[in-house]
Design a protein around this ligand. Structure first.
Ligand code: FAD
Length: 306
């Protein structure tokens, strides 16, 4: 299905069963609620629709994938080319013994919940990460002592040419908040390993994780989670605090006073303000502590001036 529009790119794209929309606003698809439009947004009906689209996608058209937008800043100038967002055809969890298989668009919390329902332990940490399985695989997301690297068996992927391939956990090249898997891969689903556990204990652990998050993170604000990765042996938030950046503001963007490694859109921030505030924090931390912070948040698209 193709939405009516006059985009020159749209007319060059293959027909699909899912939805193709040109000049599609992305801000409401991200936690920060900032940013421009996708030149074309593609929501494939299912895996076959996505693979067949990719096989026929003209070379040179930029391709970007978006999960639940909980770890990205979409820049104000929008994203050129095709932005793929996986929807209901990529959602769902199946449990077979101690193996949990989930689609890439499944919300992490739902994966944790399915494991709980089957009395499986090991996936409780997922209830504290507000993203999708696909985004978690790309970021090697983690919390409370576990990360994707610890639970992935293998990942079904599709590349830019529509070839489907399964990568083992080792092939995913996981390291701290990073996967070394080629950037052009779209993750479709993954098999995760769990272990038999006590349902009450699993539920209690999930409740504990959620309580701790409520107390320590500004989870009810427009934010993007940890802005910077923790440098070796140090905590990004401590360095930011030491550099005096807690609560720092730039336009509608602010460094959270509750958790100073979180940036917040207080209401009317632009992506540029959030990004510039992040850069100002990096510069101040480098000046005061000598540490060069690495962005954990992915910045996608182009600035207005570009
Ligand atoms: C309040 C809050 C708390 C958070 N707490 C944590 C935490 O405790 N631990 C933690 O690790 N993170 C945390 N995060 C960050 C974020 O939730 C995770 O990184 C999450 O895994 C991102 O998933 P997403 O679906 O939102 O991905 P997005 O933000 O949409 O995308 C992130 C990256 O993944 C890529 N991507 C998305 N889907 C796919 C796919 N199917 N295939 C290939 N690439 C894909 C995107 O291109 C992008 O580069 C937090 C964020 C918020 C807002």
């Amino acid at each position: 299905m193709t939405a009516a529009t006059s985009s020159p790119l749209l007319s060059r794209l293959p027909a699909v069963r899912g939805l193709l929309e040109s000049d599609a606003p992305l801000r409401n698809s991200t936690w920060f609620r900032v940013g421009g439009t996708a030149e074309v947004l593609f929501q494939p009906a299912d895996e076959e629709d996505l693979a067949s689209f990719l096989k026929r996608l003209p070379a040179g058209v930029p391709l970007t994938v978006l999960g639940l937008g909980s770890n990205v800043i979409i820049r104000d100038g929008g994203v050129d080319g095709v932005v793929v967002r996986l929807g209901s055809g990529f959602r769902g969890v199946e449990v077979d013994g101690t193996i949990v298989t989930a689609g890439a668009a499944t919300v992490d919390f739902q994966v944790a919940r399915a494991a709980l329902m089957h009395g499986l332990t090991g996936l409780e940490f997922l209830c504290g990460i507000p993203g999708s399985l696909g985004g978690g695989l790309r970021m090697n997301a983690g919390a409370y002592g576990r990360e994707f690297k610890d639970v992935v068996i293998d990942v079904r992927t599709v590349d830019r040419h529509g070839n489907i391939r399964t990568l083992s956990c080792a092939d995913m090249g996981f390291s701290y908040r990073h996967s070394g898997a080629p950037e052009d891969l779209i993750f479709l689903s993954a098999r995760l390993k769990a272990a038999p556990g006590d349902t009450n204990a699993i539920a209690a652990r999930m409740a504990e994780i959620q309580k701790s998050r409520e107390e320590s993170q500004p989870i009810r604000t427009h934010t993007g989670g940890s802005t910077f990765a923790n440098p070796n042996g140090e905590k990004a938030w401590q360095l930011i605090d030491t550099a005096g950046c807690r609560g720092m503001k730039l336009g509608g963007a602010q460094v959270s006073a509750q958790h100073c490694n979180f940036l917040i859109n207080t209401g009317n921030a632009t992506a540029e303000e959030l990004e510039n505030l992040g850069e100002a924090v990096r510069a101040r931390v480098a000046e005061k502590t000598g540490v060069d912070l690495r962005w954990e948040i992915r910045r996608l698209g182009k600035k207005c001036s570009q």
